[in-house]
Write a protein that binds this ligand. Structure first.
Ligand SMILES: *Cc1c(COP(=O)(O)O)cnc(C)c1O
Length: 461
């Protein structure tokens, strides 16, 4: 399978290349050149598979010759047998119409484990085959960092350096990055904001000499392999909910547009999804985009669902590329305008297409809390604040959505215990493997917000 850049100026021939490179050299995001499509008959068979078997079937056409069927099977088996639920991503029924899809049974209790546990093993496999080493760098406001660290810890030949804003993540989030006892893991607390961390990482990527010398690669959701791993649970849950026989919609708590883009890919591959609903918190640039067809940015304001506090959603570029009929030059222009904080309207036909597939709504912190409280009191289910944003959206739009609704549960309630405790009075217990998290020793380096200090850190570890 060949992959091409959304900006039209870069192509790579294999899955191995697309995974190792992360971002395209022209600044674009990689997308597959063609999309495999399953027939109804094939999907009926897919619906009877276990999660692990299904993952192999979905991923195989995208990995091409980079992994043999046996190698892919072993990687997938190893990845998902580490999840604490036998179904990997089980569906929990809330009422006749609504279920939540629990994506939080991986090591760090957020949906990002589904992709990053896989990606870490894929990195390890390619490094082992090819020899040499790989340095994974990433900036995080919380969830991505710990999931990337857990995905890469202890993998021979792979080093992982994660930058996070000093004193900003929650204690659980921080400890999940700093209480890791592995020689190949480095948590860097930067004296600055998340944006500062991201700027340091970007600058390192733009330094070709540094990039080549240390074979740097990225773990944020621009990496195609992450999207691919997420496509699997849309098929798994959609087929279980009967998508071949009745309308099924998904509600997706959205930040960077990565998770909901995976849903769009599942639809392209044949899964009949009635609507994809984008649920945002008050940082609503993606909801605005669906409603008005105008790409905007805005100032981020902190909310109860911090992993969705994003106003420039990087993955939307993959979708805009399709809307603009794969015109790389037009995408380049639009993304440059967005980066310069201009409001960019899409052509009317593109906006029409957008509204056919997506719905969107934005949810306040008060509404989020109200949902957490009601769902606990009425159904005995604890929701984390991100999941509650989605469930609020589902309740708001349920009359317009025939058939079944699946709301994605993106994090375990124990990952945001302060909010859950305050709102429901319940103390969500940490799963067994994390029960001693608060007692473990922390290991991290505090670094000034300074590019030269960062380069020196990379050079000397
Ligand atoms: C990352 C994250 C999101 C946002 O997902 P995107 O793919 O960036 O849209 C939502 N909820 C939680 C808990 C997350 O960790």
């Amino acid at each position: 399978m060949r992959y091409i850049s959304t900006r039209g100026g870069d192509t790579v021939p294999t899955f191995e290349d697309v995974v190792s490179r992360g971002l395209a050299r022209d600044g674009g995001l990689f997308v597959p050149e063609t999309w495999p499509v399953f027939t109804r008959e094939q999907m009926e068979k897919l619906g009877r598979l276990s999660y692990i078997q299904l993952a192999q079937q979905i991923m195989q056409p995208f990995v091409g010759d980079s992994l043999s069927a046996g190698e892919l099977a072993a990687l997938v088996q190893d990845t998902y047998s580490g999840f604490t639920h036998p179904e990997v991503t089980p569906l929990t029924k809330i009422d006749d119409q609504l279920s939540v899809l629990e994506l939080f049974h991986g090591t760090t209790l957020a949906f990002k484990d589904v992709a990053l546990q896989f990606l870490g093993r894929v990195f390890g496999h390619f490094v082992y085959k090819r020899g040499g080493t790989l340095t994974v760098i990433g900036a995080t406001s919380g969830d991505t960092g710990s999931a990337a660290i857990e995905g890469c810890r202890g993998i021979p030949g792979v080093k992982v350096i994660i930058l996070y804003p000093h004193n900003r993540p929650s204690e659980v989030q921080r400890r999940q990055m700093t209480c890791v006892n592995a020689d190949n893991v480095f948590a860097l607390a930067v004296e600055g904001s998340f944006d500062d961390c991201q700027a340091l990482v970007k600058r390192a990527f733009n330094n070709q000499e540094l990039r080549n010398k240390h074979t740097l690669t990225a773990v944020n959701s621009i990496n195609w392999a992450r999207i691919l791993a997420q496509v699997v649970y849309y098929f798994y849950a959609g087929l279980k909910a009967g998508a071949l026989d009745q309308p099924v919609s998904f509600v997706v708590p959205t930040g960077n547009f990565g998770n909901v883009f995976a849903g769009h890919v599942a639809k392209k591959m044949g899964l009949p999804i009635h609507r994809l609903v984008i649920a945002t918190n008050k940082n609503d640039s993606m909801a605005q985009f669906i409603e008005t067809g105008v790409l905007t940015t805005g100032v981020v304001s902190p909310s109860l669902s911090p992993s969705m506090d994003i106003q420039i959603a990087s993955n939307v570029e993959r979708y805009v590329y399709e809307l603009l009929n794969e015109d790389g030059a037009a995408v380049t222009k639009i993304m440059q305008d967005v980066a310069a904080h201009k409001n960019v309207p899409l052509p009317p036909a593109a906006h029409e297409a957008l509204k056919q597939e997506f719905m969107a709504t934005s949810v306040s912190d008060d509404e989020t809390k109200a949902t957490m409280k009601t769902v606990w009191e009425k159904h005995g289910v604890l929701l984390d604040p991100h999941t509650a944003v989605g469930v609020t959206a589902a309740n708001r739009l349920c009359d317009q959505l025939p058939g079944k609704i699946i709301a994605l549960a993106c994090a375990h309630p124990a990952k945001f215990p302060e909010t859950v405790r305050k709102v429901t009075g319940q103390n969500p217990p940490l799963p067994l493997h994390l029960a001693d998290l608060y007692d473990r020793a922390e290991r991290f380096t505090v670094m000034p917000n300074d590019y030269n200090a960062f380069v020196e850190f990379i050079e000397t570890r």
